[in-house]
Design a protein around this ligand. Structure first.
Ligand code: NDP
Length: 392
């Protein structure tokens, strides 16, 4: 039996926990050794995961929680670290496979570190591609590892995109559930709170991605992610609202054929595929029951009620660092919405305002440039948030 070594960046999150569940289901077929785990604020869970897996290194991103994590593992020989350097140390430790599941731009530097040393990367953190697509893909090529998307839509496309039919690829169709406000008017959405926005109808996910799904910023990020991952033009990317979330995405070819990947909305299928590619693991996830399902519905997306998708098209058309600007401004606006400082619709308005004042189409030549653009977009978005809050 072969042994595979694995690191999970963001093990305490929704994707991280599902990854550990998939690993436990696969243990009968292969030996899997967990090398490093990282988390941020959930120290009790991180320590418990470290004990169960016997990880060699466990890291909290929060420097101030180091003592707590160290104390929780005092009776073990598991190494403990904290902060940005700790995350990089975890990413750089030799392992065959890395799950990149830290939320937001915080995931960029550690994922890049794992990329550079040639690890196979299962990519859940979409911000790596949205903010730094070209540089990230170059680092992947230079490192020589395999890149497998975990986002359910991109994982679906990865499963059905026939590399030997690339010349005949016509379009990529990303499906979107439409989120909890699919049928709501803008007036109704104006008053929603984070508690309502986080209640996704189909998927169980972390707080931020759930709210991004409600505003359709998640789909906006996925459009930019798809452009980089599959090297397609912006006009080849379509979005279709599909409330049941059973078709996870589709690929259309020049002969009119459309290939789709279907399944119950459960991230463990995508994670298992990313872990086992090119084979498929045996997983105990719910099976699709077509008779019970009875029907699949589709609707055109509404870019007036959900302007995030229009902003993604703008970012893709402009190119350069526009993905980084969109993502950073959106992250600041999202934080402010979660803290009840701005309204739901303000998130898109603030993001668009920042994109209008930072409309440069120049490409970044280094990650430092990406981080500088990210910081400037955050500063500008923060200013608008403060102005809005003061005026309210
Ligand atoms: P969660 O919020 O559930 O988990 C995020 C993870 O990142 C946790 O381990 C968290 O630690 C850690 N973390 C939070 N802040 C920081 C920080 N500043 N530095 C380092 N680590 C940090 O997110 P999800 O699992 O839902 O999503 C993870 C990524 O995967 C996101 O980029 C998301 O867009 C993407 N994704 C998620 C899907 C899903 O179904 N959940 C589907 C497709 C993509 P702690 O909990 O200890 O604070």
């Amino acid at each position: 039996m072969s042994t595979r070594t694995i690191t999970i960046l963001g093990s305490t999150g929704s994707i991280g926990c599902s990854t550990l569940d998939v690993l436990s289901q696969m243990r009968g077929d292969e030996r899997i050794e967990v090398i490093a785990l990282t988390g941020n604020g959930n120290i009790a869970l991180l320590a418990a995961q470290a004990r169960v897996t016997g990880a060699r290194l466990v890291v909290t991103a929060d420097d101030e929680r180091y003592g707590e994590l160290k104390a929780a593992l005092a009776d073990t020989d598991i190494a403990v670290a904290a902060g940005r350097n700790g995350l990089i140390e975890a990413a750089e430790m030799q392992s065959d496979w890395v799950m990149a599941a830290i939320v937001g731009t915080a995931g960029l530097a550690p994922t890049l570190a794992a990329t550079k040393r040639g690890a196979d990367i299962a990519l859940a953190n979409k911000e790596c591609l949205v903010s730094a697509g070209d540089l990230f893909l170059k680092a992947m090529r230079d490192g020589g590892g395999k890149l497998i998307p975990v986002d359910s839509e991109h994982n679906a496309i990865f499963q059905v995109l026939e590399e030997n039919q690339r010349h005949a690829l016509e379009r990529i169709v990303l499906t979107a559930s439409g989120g909890p406000f699919r049928t709501w008017s803008r007036e109704e959405m104006a008053g929603v709170t984070a508690a309502t926005a986080r209640a996704h109808p189909n998927w169980s996910m972390g707080l931020k991605i759930s709210i991004d799904s409600a505003s359709m910023f998640n789909k906006a990020l996925e459009m930019i992610e798809a452009r980089h991952l599959f090297n397609v033009a912006p006009e080849q990317i379509e979005v279709i609202v599909h409330p049941q979330s059973v078709i996870h995405s589709m690929v259309g070819y020049t002969d009119g054929s459309v290939l789709a990947q279907l399944g119950c909305p459960d991230m463990r299928t995508a994670i298992g595929y990313a872990l086992s590619h090119p084979r498929r693991p045996k997983l105990s996830v719910e099976r699709l029951d077509f008779a019970r399902l009875a029907r699949l519905d589709f609707e055109a997306p509404d870019e007036v009620r959900f302007p995030a998708m229009r902003l993604a098209r703008l970012a893709m058309t402009r190119g350069g660092v526009q993905g980084a600007v969109l993502n950073a401004a959106k992250e600041v606006a999202l934080e402010a919405f979660i803290k009840d400082r701005i309204g739901f619709l303000d998130m898109a308005e603030i993001t668009e305002s920042v994109m209008e004042t930072m409309a440069s189409t120049a490409a970044a030549s280094s990650m430092d440039e990406v981080f500088a653009v990210d910081a400037e977009a955050r500063r500008r978005a923060g200013e608008i948030v403060s102005r809005n809050a003061a005026a309210a």
